[in-house]
Design a protein around this ligand. Structure first.
Ligand code: FO1
Length: 318
């Protein structure tokens, strides 16, 4: 691991949070800066929901429901049961402990705190040493274009269980969104040793972050190497709808197609693309895109897997 310098990770929820957990074990101090997608955020039952931020907070503080991938461990569901009795919308499941997080966030926003500041406070209360940076304090919302028409992200993801075939994505509010000021301050004052794009969904987790005006160019132009870990392994996504989306978008379902997507949308951003051992034959094709590659085990099933991948990335960076 480099002796100095921040590691800047860009992530969505579940898959990316696993790598961030490994990185947080390897870098147990505030040098780990995690930029989190907020385009999944929405208001439900009057509560401001930030699913990816909460997944990171719960994962890094040991509070997450590992098997579910979202929400808290040892959760109870009494409020949801009463809401059901009352005929409220319960397709988006909020556990009792999780509701407490949302009540706290709503109060903090009402007191005038921005998303970045209140997220820092939550992280501090829960002993998370990595700095968790919402991509922006301004509202951005993913809209999924589907055969049933455009729908807000959580309606597509949870209510419709990612079933309707997709044809594209839009990020409402993106033109006016400014990068988190703390992120810009860090890029100015403490340029990172490396930028890691986590194995999150390219279309609905990473693209919203990199679509904030000027941000990807800013990341490309800083001296740090940019590494992206493939979310596709042997033609499959480990979790979530990435592979399904790729086939509906008529893309080959390969790690190479993910690298090509990044290279086409953000030319020159990626320096390294990290492939799983099972995709070692793709090295030459990634090379032809003008991106170096490294091959390692990228599937993170156990705690040890997460730490091993993090250590491998840090060795590569060093
Ligand atoms: N995902 C589900 O599939 N079903 C749910 O009911 C659900 C509730 C939920 C509540 C709070 C939260 O922070 C996340 C929640 N998620 C749920 C996960 C989340 O909507 C998605 O995993 C992310 O937006 C995709 O990264």
């Amino acid at each position: 691991m480099t002796a100095t310098g921040n590691i800047l990770a860009l992530t969505g929820g579940v898959g990316g949070a696993k790598l961030c957990f490994g990185l947080a074990q390897a870098i147990p101090d505030p040098r780990l800066k995690i930029v989190v997608n907020t385009a999944d955020d929405f208001v439900h039952l009057g509560l401001p929901i930030s699913p990816d931020i909460d997944t990171l907070l719960y994962t890094l503080s040991g509070r997450s429901n590992e098997s579910q991938g979202w929400g808290r461990a040892d959760e109870s569901w009494q409020a949801l049961a009463v809401l059901e009795e009352l005929g409220a919308e319960t397709w988006f499941q909020l556990g009792d402990k999780d509701i407490a997080t949302h009540l706290w966030r709503r109060q903090a926003l009402a007191e005038g705190l921005d998303l970045s500041t209140l997220t820092g406070k939550l992280a501090g209360k829960w002993g998370v040493t990595a700095e968790i940076l919402p991509m922006s304090n301004d509202p951005v919302s993913t809209v999924v274009e589907t055969v049933l028409g455009p729908m807000p992200f959580q309606h597509y993801f949870v209510k419709h269980r990612c079933e309707p075939p997709v044809s594209g994505f839009a990020f409402t509010g993106i033109e006016a969104a400014r990068p988190n000021p703390r992120l810009l301050e860090l890029l100015d004052s403490a340029p990172p040793a490396a930028i890691v794009i986590c194995p999150s969904n390219p279309f609905v987790s990473v693209d919203p972050i990199l679509s904030i005006p000027g941000l990807w160019q800013r990341l490309r132009d800083c001296a740090a190497p940019v590494l992206a870990v493939s979310p596709i392994v042997a033609g499959m996504a480990i979790k979530g709808p990435t592979a399904k989306m790729m086939s509906e978008l008529r893309m080959p379902v390969t790690a190479h197609a993910v690298a090509a997507h990044y290279q086409q949308r953000y030319p020159g951003l990626l320096d390294y693309f990290i492939l799983d051992d099972s995709d070692a034959t793709l090295v030459d094709d990634i090379d032809k895109l003008g991106i170096h590659s490294a091959v390692t085990g990228t599937v993170m099933t156990t705690m040890a897997d997460k730490r091993r991948l993090a250590d491998t990335l840090l060795e590569l960076i060093a």
